[in-house]
Design a protein around this ligand. Structure first.
Ligand code: ZN
Length: 404
């Protein structure tokens, strides 16, 4: 744990220099671990503000912790420059190749600023995960360039769902399928329970308060802080309830990818969760108008320069389907799907399946979603899917008996 200890900050509020490890608290070392990351995107200050508030409140009240808490800054250099990123989006760089490349201590200078950021974060994550004796939870704090109701983005494993549903917030499932190399996808594959949270507009005053309410509620929901020790717990839940309304669960249906040369222009006035019709004009680029491919709701319309996602289209998921997939995954039916006609195991990667959609015609992706697979790509008539790792089982909790 030396890395973490060495980089620990003083716990001061607000005005100090931006630090990688804003603070860390080791209560019961064999209890659950709670990691909070703010500013993986450097132009989203509210997550880090909330982290500093939380650090201050844990310290001032000398809160008894039945576990470990790590409060981290994601993209340090970009946060200092108040940009989304310096050379590359740090939240799209957690691919297998990058992780291998940035894992050892390279003596060479980093030519890409985000490689250095990733190298440092990897070291910290590996220290924390390697010493975890119980469940590890990660919150990744974000804000959006458009206004709208806050929401969680959740990789669709049963463990992630269960955790997310403990908070009175809207949940968007499956965004990791649309995005290559997010930090949470990496941490999921390392066995952590993860939750991304979009707290509101970047500069809205309520965003930091929403973030703080989420972090504080999570301290209780992870079991690290007892409800009785958190006198403002109800207040934090009420805040999330008030900004959310009735909790709803959505799935991502479409992502509008953009390249810097596209000259993408979102039409003005869209907010998160605004309804859109099929065929409705939403944006324009150098090739013409961009219309919605289906009826649904808009999510994260891009009203800033940097970014690779123009907008997402989401749709509400009925509770029936969530319950059905929970049952199917508990039965572990995924073990048998390779026996189906038109389904083949990847010759070298046993967790991957190739589905011949000429043979397995009926809603192949939806069926694989239910069973706990995620789409990797379409190749002609083949759909390539991969089993989500640690869907129902934690790699951490069996290490030692659960602490009393
Ligand atoms: Zn962000």
């Amino acid at each position: 744990m030396s890395t973490v200890a060495d980089q620990r900050g003083s716990g001061g509020l607000g005005t100090g220099p931006v630090r990688r490890v804003v603070d860390r608290f080791i209560g019961d070392p064999v209890g659950p671990t709670h990691i909070v990351v703010g500013r993986i995107t450097g132009n989203e200050p509210s997550g880090r503000l909330a982290i500093e508030q939380t650090a201050g409140s844990i310290r001032n009240r000398n809160l008894p912790l039945h576990g470990r808490v790590f409060l981290l800054t994601g993209n340090l250099n970009a946060a200092q420059q108040r940009q989304r990123y310096i050379d590359a989006d740090l939240n799209r760089r957690w691919t297998r190749e990058n992780i291998v490349r940035n894992t050892p201590s390279p003596q060479r200078p980093f030519t890409i600023s985000e490689d250095r950021e990733q190298h440092q974060l990897l070291k910290i994550f590996r220290d924390i995960l390697g010493t975890a004796a119980d469940e590890v939870y990660v919150l990744d704090l974000h804000s959006t360039s458009a206004d709208g109701v806050p929401f969680a983005t959740v990789g669709d494993t049963m463990r992630n769902r269960r955790f997310a549903m403990m908070f009175p917030i809207n949940i968007v499932l499956g965004i990791e399928e649309e995005l290559e190399g997010t930090m949470l996808e990496f941490l999921n594959n390392e066995g952590a329970v993860t939750l991304g949270f979009e707290a509101g507009r970047h500069d809205a005053t309520g965003s930091a308060a929403n973030h703080e309410a989420l972090i504080q509620a999570a301290l209780v929901n992870t079991g690290i802080v007892q409800i009785g020790d958190s006198p403002r717990h109800e207040e934090f839940l009420d805040r999330l309830k008030k900004v959310t309304g009735v909790q709803r669960i959505f799935e991502v249906r479409h992502r509008e990818p953009i390249a810097p040369t596209d000259n993408f222009q979102m039409y003005p006035g869209f907010q998160n969760f605004d309804s859109v019709r099929k065929g409705q004009a939403l944006a324009a680029n150098c090739r013409g108008e961009i219309r919605s491919s289906e009826k649904g709701m808009i999510m994260m319309p891009l009203y800033q320069k940097q970014g690779e996602d123009g907008f997402f289209i989401i749709r509400e998921v009925a509770r029936f389907w969530l319950r059905l997939s929970a049952v199917l995954r508990a039965l572990d039916l995924a073990r048998f799907v390779a026996l189906l006609p038109g389904v083949k195991k990847h010759p070298r990667r046993p967790e991957q399946l190739q589905v011949n959609t000429r043979i397995a015609r009926l809603f192949p992706l939806q069926i694989f979603h239910l069973l706990g697979f995620r789409r990797l790509r379409w190749m002609h008539e083949f759909l390539v899917v991969s089993r989500r790792r640690f869907d129902t089982q934690s790699p951490f909790t069996h290490k030692e008996a659960h602490h009393g």
